[in-house]
Design a binder for this molecule. Structure first.
Ligand SMILES: Nc1ncnc2c1ncn2[C@@H]1O[C@H](COP(=O)(O)OP(=O)(O)OP(=O)(O)O)[C@@H](O)[C@H]1O
Ligand SMILES: [Mg+2]
Length: 587
C-alpha cells in the first residue's frame, strides 16, 4: 500500500515529455496573439521576442522547479517508506512464532526469527552476516545438498526428520526450504522454515499407547470374564470328579488332578488379566505405603535372593493413600521380581516412598494424569535395563522378553491395571546397561475426610479404659496401633522390643491387662515374650500380630491353636473387636 501511494506521486517521464510538448505548442501558437494584445502595437517584433523568451524561461523554470521538487519529495518519502517497511519486516520476522531464517546466496544469515534461534539451540549470539555452516557446523551433511538444490530454484521439504543435536539429544523436525528472488528475478538466497515436532510426536505416541492399552484392556477383560465362568465349571466339576474317584484309581485320580491344577493355573492367569483390565473387586482402605513396604521387606529379601542388596528409603512424613493393601503388595512384588530377573548376577534393589506434587509441567508430559498430591513408590534396580522397544511395550499383557516358561508378560500389565483402578498411574525409566526405575503414583488421601471417616468409625466401635502394652519393632505400625487404642479410650504404653515390654510389665504388673505383640521381633520372639509376661502375672492376656497368615505360622509350629491373633494389615474394626473380645473373655 505504501509503495503504491508513492508510485502515484512520481510523474512518469512520458507524461512530462507530452506535457512539455503540449505546453510549448500552446505557447508558440497562442503567445504571439496574446502578447500582441497585451502589449499592444507599440512594440516591435524584437521586443515581443524578448518578452516571449523571458516568459518561456520563467514558465519552463517554474515547471522544472515543481517537477524536481515533487520528485525529490517522492524519493525521500520512498526511502522513508522503504526503511519503515524494512523495520516492519524485520520486526515481524524476529518476533514471529515460527522458526524462519532468510539467507543470501552465499548462505549467510540476513534475518532469523527468535524462535529459529531458540529451536536451533543456538546461544543468543548474533548470527546475522555469519555463514550457516559456521553457525551449525554439525548440521546433517545432506542438508548442504538440499541448500544447493534450493539455491538452484527447487523447493525442498521434509515432514519428519530425526536430527541428533550436538549434546546427543534427538529431535524431530518438519522443515521447508524455498528460494527467494531479488528485484531482477534472480535467486537472492533461500528461506528456511522449520518446526520442532518432538513434543507433538511424544504426545501422539502417548495417546496411541493409551488407546492401545485401553483396547487391549477391554479385550482382555472381556475374555477373562467369560473365561472365568468357564473355568469355574471346569474346576468345579474337576473337584467333584476328584471326590467321586476317591483313592481307588490312582491313574484316573492323577489325571483329574492334572486337569484341576491346570484349571487353577488358568484361574490365576485370568485374575491377572482382570487386574490389567481394571475389573477386579478392590477393597480399598486408608493405608500408608511405608507400612506396606516395611511389612514386605523380609519377604522381599527372600524373593530377590542374597546376591541382591535391598535398600528401602521411606519418607517419614508420607501421607496415606486409599488402596487395596493386598493389591499394592502385588505391585511391589511384581516390580521386585522383575528387578531380580534383570540382575542375574546380583546388584541393588531400592524401594523408595515419597510425597510428591505433580504439577502442570508433569501433566503436560503425561496428559492422563490429574495434577495434585501423590504418594510415589519407586522401585529401582541396577540391572540390564530395557531398550526403547521393550520400554514401549513393557505394560502390554503377554509382552515378555523372557524365555518361554519363565515369564508370562503379565507382571507389569497387572501393575498398570491395579494403579489405574486405584486412581493412580505408573511410569518407567530405563537405561540399557544401567538399570530401571518404575514409579507408581497413588493420589494422597484427603486428611480431613480420612479423620472424619475414622472418627465416625471409632464412635461405633467397642472401647475401654484398661491398660495395654503394645510391643512392635516397626515404628509406623506401633504408632498406628497406639493411636487407635488411645482413641478408643485405653491407656497405652508403646515399646519397641521385648526387653522394654518385659520391663514395663514388671513395673506395672498389677495394672496391665493386655499385651499386644508382634510375633517376629529381634532377640526374643513374641511367643517367648508372652510366656515370660504370663509368668509375671497370669491374668495379663496377649494378642499376637503378624504379617504372616495364621496358617503359615501354624505350619511352622510357632503358634498353637486357640491363640489370639491379628493378621497384618488389620483394620481398625478388627483391632477394636479383638481387644475387647480378649479383655472380656472370662476364662
Ligand atoms: N526391571 C526391569 N529391568 C529390565 N527389564 C524389565 C524390567 N521389568 C520389566 N522388564 C521387561 O518388561 C517385560 C515385561 O515385564 P512383565 O513383568 O510384564 O512380564 P515378565 O516379567 O516377562 O513376566 P511375568 O511378570 O508375567 O512373569 C519383561 O519381559 C522384561 O523384558
Ligand atoms: Mg514380571
Amino acid at each position: 500500500m505504501l509503495s503504491g501511494r508513492h508510485r502515484l506521486r512520481v510523474i512518469a517521464p512520458w507524461k512530462m515529455a507530452w506535457t512539455y510538448v503540449l505546453a510549448a505548442a500552446v505557447w508558440i501558437g497562442v503567445s504571439d496573439v496574446v502578447l500582441a494584445k497585451l502589449i499592444g502595437g507599440r512594440n516591435s517584433w524584437a521586443d515581443l521576442s524578448i518578452y516571449k523568451g523571458w516568459g518561456f524561461v520563467a514558465v519552463t523554470g517554474l515547471a522544472l522547479y515543481l517537477v524536481l521538487k515533487r520528485t525529490l519529495v517522492s524519493i525521500q518519502e520512498s526511502q522513508e517508506a522503504l526503511a519503515r517497511n524494512g523495520n516492519l519486516l524485520r520486526h515481524i520476522l524476529k518476533h514471529n512464532p515460527s522458526a524462519i531464517a532468510v539467507l543470501d546466496k552465499n548462505m549467510r544469515f540476513i534475518l532469523a526469527s527468535d524462535r529459529y534461534l531458540e529451536d536451533s539451540f543456538v546461544p543468543q549470539c548474533d548470527v546475522i552476516g555469519r555463514s550457516y555452516y559456521e553457525v551449525f557446523p554439525d548440521a546433517p551433511p545432506h542438508w548442504r545438498e538440499v541448500h544447493k538444490r534450493c539455491l538452484a530454484g527447487s523447493i525442498e521439504h521434509f515432514e519428519e526428520e530425526e536430527v541428533r543435536y550436538p549434546e546427543g539429544v534427538v529431535h524431530y523436525l518438519r522443515w521447508e526450504c524455498r528460494p527467494w528472488s531479488g528485484p531482477g528475478g534472480d535467486i537472492g538466497g533461500i528461506i528456511i522454515y522449520f518446526e520442532l515436532i518432538t513434543e507433538r510426536k511424544r504426545l501422539e505416541e502417548q495417546l496411541r499407547q493409551a488407546l492401545k492399552m485401553e483396547a487391549v484392556g477391554r479385550l482382555a477383560g472381556g475374555v477373562a470374564h467369560d473365561f472365568n465362568n468357564l473355568l469355574m465349571v471346569i474346576n468345579g466339576y474337576g473337584q467333584l470328579l476328584l471326590e467321586e474317584i476317591g483313592e481307588e484309581s490312582d491313574l484316573q485320580r492323577s489325571r483329574v488332578l492334572e486337569i484341576t491344577k491346570a484349571g487353577e493355573r488358568a484361574a490365576a492367569l485370568t485374575r491377572q488379566l482382570l487386574a490389567f483390565s481394571r475389573k477386579q473387586i478392590l477393597r480399598p482402605r486408608t493405608i500408608n505405603l511405608n507400612s506396606v513396604v516395611t511389612e514386605l521387606e523380609k519377604m522381599l529379601q527372600r524373593v530377590i535372593g542374597e546376591d541382591v542388596l535391598l535398600v528401602t528409603v521411606t519418607d517419614p512424613n508420607l501421607p496415606d493413600v486409599k488402596a487395596d493393601p493386598s493389591q499394592i503388595e502385588q505391585v511391589i512384588m511384581n516390580l521386585s521380581v522383575n528387578a531380580r530377573d534383570a540382575m542375574p548376577s546380583g546388584g541393588s534393589l531400592t524401594i523408595e516412598t515419597a510425597h510428591v506434587q505433580l504439577g502442570e509441567e508433569y501433566v503436560r508430559r503425561h496428559p492422563e494424569v490429574v495434577p495434585g498430591e501423590y504418594v510415589m513408590l519407586a522401585v529401582t534396580d541396577s540391572g540390564h535395563g530395557m531398550d526403547a522397544d521393550t520400554q514401549r511395550r513393557a505394560f502390554e499383557p503377554f509382552f515378555t522378553t523372557k524365555p518361554s516358561g519363565q515369564g508370562t508378560g503379565l507382571g507389569l500389565s497387572t501393575v498398570y491395571g491395579i494403579l489405574k483402578q486405584s486412581g493412580g498411574h505408573v511410569c518407567l525409566y530405563s537405561e540399557p546397561g544401567h538399570g530401571t526405575t518404575v514409579k507408581a503414583y497413588l493420589p494422597c488421601c484427603d486428611p480431613a475426610a480420612r479423620l472424619d471417616a475414622e472418627e465416625h468409625t471409632l464412635r461405633n466401635l467397642p472401647g475401654g479404659t484398661e491398660e495395654i502394652i503394645v510391643a512392635e519393632d516397626d515404628a509406623g505400625v506401633r504408632a498406628m496401633v497406639c493411636e487407635i487404642l488411645n482413641r478408643l479410650g485405653y491407656r497405652v504404653q508403646a515399646v519397641s522390643g521385648p526387653r522394654e515390654a518385659l520391663a514395663q510389665c514388671r513395673q506395672n504388673k498389677d495394672t496391665v491387662r493386655l499385651l499386644i505383640t508382634d510375633v517376629i521381633m529381634p532377640e526374643v520372639n513374641g511367643i517367648e515374650l508372652a510366656r515370660r509376661v504370663h509368668a509375671l502375672n497370669s491374668t495379663i492376656r496377649t494378642v499376637f500380630m503378624s504379617g504372616y497368615t495364621d496358617n503359615a505360622l501354624l505350619h511352622h509350629g510357632v503358634l498353637e491353636k486357640g491363640i489370639d491373633f491379628l493378621q497384618k494389615p488389620f483394620t481398625t474394626e478388627a483391632l477394636a473387636h479383638k481387644v475387647r473380645e480378649v479383655l472380656d473373655r472370662t476364662s
